[in-house]
Structure formats: C-alpha cells, structure tokens
Design a protein around this ligand. Structure first.
Ligand code: SAH
Length: 508
C-alpha cells in the first residue's frame, strides 16, 4: 500500500511571530514541507528551519497567485508522496481562508489531516490598536464580514441587518470597496458620526491606524494612503484606540530589526528585542557545519598538554565552544586527560558570550580581551603567555587572520585548528520576502556580531544597495566589514548583548 502523508491546516496568526500557537510553532519544526500564503510575515518565515521545503502559493512580486485548485492539488500530491505537510495560512484557517475547500480534496483521497486554529486578524488587529472588540458599555456583539464583492461587482452584504444588530462590525478584505461599504451602512440608516477605523498591517511593526467616523473614514484613509492588508472596524469601541493604544508605545514598538547570527545563537538577542516591542527577523545568515571526523583536532588534542610551558586553548565563538566539547565526546577524549596534564593550561575567549559558554561547562576563561576583536585577542595573549608557550586555536575554518600575527611575532607556537565550516544559506523565498521589506524601508536596523555575519548577510540577501541599511555592530572589525558596503554604522560600546540592546534603544 502506498504510504500516505498527512496535512496540517494551520493558522499562523496575523503577523507577529509571538501570536503563533505553540502547536503551529512545533509543526514548523517537525513537518517536511510548508505551503504558505502571501500574508505570512518575514518574521515568521525566518523561523522555518533551513531543511524544510517551502512552497509559496500567495501573490509574489512578478508572479501570479497560485489558483486555489492548484494549491489543493499541491497539498494532495505532497501528502501522497508520504510527506508531512504544513499548510500555513494567515490568521485562522477557517476565517475567510478557504480552508474548507482545501480539505475537500484531501478527504476525497483519504489523506489524514488536522486543523490547527490560529489567532484571527479580526480579533488581534483591533487588540493591537488598543480597541476592545466588545465592551459592556458600548456593544454586546461583534460580526466578521467579508468586504470582498461578488465576481459581478455586487455586494454580498445585507446592510440593514448589520445596522440593526448594533454590534461592532469587522470587515476583512474590504479596503478596495471601503467607500461602498460605508455608504451601504449609512444608506441602511447608520449615523455617519458612529466611530470607525481602518487598521493596516496589524500586529506588525509597520501597523497603522486611522480612526474617524463612518462618514469621514473613506476620505481619511485615502489621505493616509492606507494599503493592504487592512481591516475596517465600525462601532463605538473604535474611539477607545485614543485611550488604549499601546503597541507603538513600547520602547522598540514600531521597529523591525533583522538579526544575523548562527541560528542557535540568536534567540537571546531576539527575545530581548521582542520583549521591548520590536519585530525581529532572525536571518540565520551563517550556519555551521561541524567538521567530523576531524583528524587535525584529534592530533592537536593528543599533543595538548605534554610540555613544560603553558598551553593556551583559545575559543573565538560560542558555537566553537559547543562543537569543541561535542567533538571531545565524539572522540572519546576524557576531560581529565585534557586538562589534568603536565603543562599549565590557560583558556582564552574572544568575548562575553564565548566566556559564558565556557562557564556553562565549568571552565572560567583566564583571558578575555577588553575589546572584542581577533587582533586584540592575539595581542593580549602575546603579552600574557609565558615565552615559548603553545597556543591552540579551535575555531571556524575561515577564522579571522588578524589573530595570528601578534602571536607569531611573540614567538609563540600556534596551532590553528578548524572545528567547523561556515555556510551561507537562505531559502530563496525568505530572501525574496526580506528583499521586499528592505525596498519598502520596513527594516529599521540590522545587527552584526562579527565580520562573518556581515559577509553571510550580503551573501544571503544579495541586495542591490546596502547604503540605506543601519548596521548595529559589535566591534571595529565588524564595522569595517559593514562599511565596505556603504552601510550606516553604529558600534556598541562593549562586546555584549546588553551593550548592543542599549545601543539599539538609543538609536531607535
Ligand atoms: N484567515 C485570515 C483572513 C484571511 S482574509 C484571518 O483569520 O485573519 C485576508 C484579510 O484578512 C485581509 O484582506 C485583511 O482584511 C485581513 N488581515 C489579515 N492579516 C491582517 C493584518 N495583519 N492586518 C490587517 N488586516 C489583516
């Protein structure tokens, strides 16, 4: 029998990655292929692991939208191959999401499926604008309506009934027919002075709102050049936005920041920035591939420690620390043999994150340079090391060359041992989405923690022009690399996440 896959029809919420459900987030990690719409934000797409297949069935610049029929067929075909398929839709899959239609074909072919509800824009977008969709004093119901006209241009909306309900009205897909909708309501007897709002790109850093009245909203929205996606909200509660607005008021509210770090490393900075209200795209511009088996490392570690002079072990990244210890396990090299050796072992780390990674393994670095850069690390070791010491550096295969000359000049024996290769890789679709965001000026800052993250970023994104980018850099060397592309530079005082966050707050 043919092995059947399975489809999860899931909502991704309205855009803010924090509004993904736990279940959808877990599925993003566990499925084989993700079929997604145009409304899925760059922040959410950037969370998708590099090994997943991605199929975009929404509108893309220069491409047509994939017709619904074809999307249904894609889901079926992938499931029939035995794959686990995540069908990721904006908001909730059943709120004007055509989720029902996608299930029919699957059902017909006996493909197992699950439905994962999502946070619908109808509720979340007003909330992020500070508008309670119901309020005991003003309204006792809310109604979600499609503003999309029929094919022949006529409206599907029963205006008199809506006006009689006296609830809050939420129109999705109503921007192009906003005028018709508002006139329809007034002709059915709604007072033109009833508050109304249009809320654009809700829950995203670029969200905007226009709060007015049913009589004036169309004019005001036009003046503000409101675009899609947006919802139209009608009812007394709209006026409360003036009182309850909050999202833009957070320290980094309204800011979108792209961070470039190896994926496992980025979440701490991302968490900090998100807690301050920023929207964060985690571009894993550099990824790492462990060199294994690693004869050079094996040889270096067998030699390590059997001499009378000091033995220095130098780490230049947190990921380097992690891989080093993984490799020690892999090679069955007991730590007692490594450190309880005749020589005096000294440990150096390039910066505080690397130092922390060592500390978690019970090792306290003897030396961390005052300035986070490879050259200073080399210089400080050259001063601190006993003459004739050996310095074993365990790091990326394309490590910074600036580290070596100061050590060699001091007459130290240097063993430069590659632990991992750095690979630059980004899904084509993610690149496209992020390119669009840069073009639209929707990304306020990009953080770089090493020269190689700058290289990785440039390699992954291939932008035409880097000059409009505001680069927040750790260290001079990183800044020098970013400067090559004409970026606008800010440099954090210290080589730490804290210092970086402080700088971002100052610059925001
Ligand atoms: N299933 C989705 C709605 C799909 S219809 C949900 O539950 O949210 C698409 C419409 O949703 C858009 O035309 C717009 O009206 C609304 N929408 C979706 N995301 C939005 C956002 N971030 N801000 C404002 N409106 C949004």
């Amino acid at each position: 029998m043919e092995q059947k896959g399975k489809v999860w029809l899931a909502g991704a919420g309205p855009g803010d990655a924090g509004l993904l459900t736990v279940k959808t987030r877990q599925l993003m990690e566990s499925v084989d292929i993700i079929v997604y719409d145009a409304l899925i934000s760059a922040e959410i797409l950037s969370l998708i692991p590099a090994d997943k297949e991605m199929v975009h069935v929404g509108k893309r610049s220069g491409h047509h939208m994939v017709p619904q029929e074809e999307t249904n067929q894609i889901l079926l075909a992938e499931a029939l191959k035995g794959k686990k398929v995540l069908r990721l839709k904006g908001g909730d899959p059943f709120v004007f999401g055509r989720g029902g239609e996608e299930l029919e074909l699957l059902k017909e072919h006996g493909i197992p499926f699950e439905i994962v509800p999502g946070i619908t824009s109808a509720a979340a977008v007003p909330a992020y604008a500070g508008i309670p969709i119901t309020h005991r004093e003003y309204t006792s119901s809310f109604h979600v309506i499609t503003g999309h006209p029929r094919k022949d241009g006529t409206s599907r909306v029963d205006y008199p009934s809506l006006v009689n309900l006296k609830g809050t009205l939420v129109f999705l897909m109503g921007i192009s027919s906003m005028e018709t909708i508002l006139i329809g309501l007034m002709e059915a007897g709604m007072d033109p002075s009833v508050p109304a709002a249009v809320l654009e790109k809700g829950t995203l850093s670029s969200q905007r709102r226009v709060v007015s009245t049913v009589g004036n909203l169309a004019k005001e929205a036009k003046k503000a050049e409101i675009g899609t996606p947006a919802i139209i909200l009608v009812g007394e509660v709209c006026a409360l936005a003036d009182l309850f607005h909050w999202a833009e008021d957070r320290p980094l509210g309204g800011r979108q920041i792209l961070i470039t770090r190896p994926r496992e490393n980025s979440s701490r900075l991302a968490d900090r920035l998100r807690a301050l209200g920023a929207q964060v795209i985690e571009l894993p511009s550099i990824d790492t591939k462990t060199i294994s088996p690693n004869p050079a490392l094996s040889h270096a570690m067998k030699e390590f420690g059997y001499r009378t002079k000091e033995e220095w072990l130098v780490f230049t990244s947190p990921i380097g620390v992690r891989i080093f210890f993984e490799q020690m396990v892999e090679m069955k090299m007991d730590l007692r043999k490594l450190f309880a050796c005749p020589a005096k072992v000294k440990i150096a780390a390039i910066g505080s994150a690397t130092e922390r990674e060592l500390r978690e393994r019970g090792l306290f670095a003897d030396l961390v340079p005052a300035v986070y850069c490879a050259e200073d690390l080399g210089k400080e070791i050259a001063v601190a090391a006993e003459p004739g010491s050996r310095v074993t550096i365990v790091r990326a295969s394309i490590g910074s060359q600036e580290l070596l000359p100061p050590l060699e000049k001091a007459g130290l024996e240097v063993v430069d041992t590659p632990l991992y290769e750095t690979i630059y890789e980004t899904h084509e679709q993610i690149r496209e989405k992020i390119q669009e965001q840069f073009k639209a000026g929707e990304i306020d800052m990009v953080t770089f923690t090493s020269a190689s993250t700058v290289k990785g970023f440039v390699h992954a994104l291939r932008l035409e022009d880097y000059r409009p980018i505001h680069a927040v850099c750790i260290g001079e060397q990183t800044a020098a690399e970013a400067r090559k592309y004409g970026m606008r530079i800010s440099i954090s005082k210290k080589a730490s996440i804290d210092s970086m966050v402080e700088l971002i707050l100052e610059e925001a």
